[in-house]
Design a protein around this ligand. Sequence first.
Ligand code: ZN
Length: 244
Amino acid sequence: MAVDRHLWTKEFDLAYRPSWTCPLCSKGRLALFKENIKEFETTQSKYDYQQDYWDPSFYKAHFCATMKCDNLICGETVVVSGTVKWEDLPFGDPNFPEFGTEVFYCPKYIIPFLHIFPLLKTYPEEINSLIKEAFELYWVNNFSCANMIRAILEKVLEEQKITKGTLFERIQTFCNDKPDLKEYLEAIRHIGNSASHREKEIADSDLLSGFELLEFCLSKIYNLVPSNIQKSANELTNKYKNKK
Ligand SMILES: [Zn+2]
């Protein structure tokens, strides 16, 4: 249930390209090959390259790429676009480092959207629809994504027929029956409030924590028992229980 921070980092290089799960079949991995990346240097970057002040950090480009699911039965194609940057990074002996330029790809739009945690059919359709929007916004804008995570919480409470009062009051009412969730729901409320007021930057890792809390709370609220677990329990009981 933990969200893998390394997997959802918003930049990658070709040595450590992401191993995202296919959003269609949820089984295959999306493979990215260098020949499927197209890069377009910006006009400003080309201008900067001619100037005395230029260093690799001035290089800027846009990219688009296709990734393909390695599950042969699926073969879904995912399109990624975003920006490219160069950074001079040290390597070799830490006391006498050499520097080399690394190329980083920073995704901004991914179609179809990737599942940062599994969308389950047992969640109400409206909730899944908002989660999908939050997954899309994760790459685009952190404030909007945090707001969407808060909107999901509001929708869950509405779906639980708790509609009166502020969000804080609705959480208190809801948690009369589920006190163990209170601090998690409150944390989601806080990140959403902070984003609404733009009080401080919202870090990527905080959004991933928000997703982690959301997934945990959803699993508790919708009391998810995997269907295979129930089936196994029924089968064993019917087969082995003492029928006297
Ligand atoms: Zn697939």
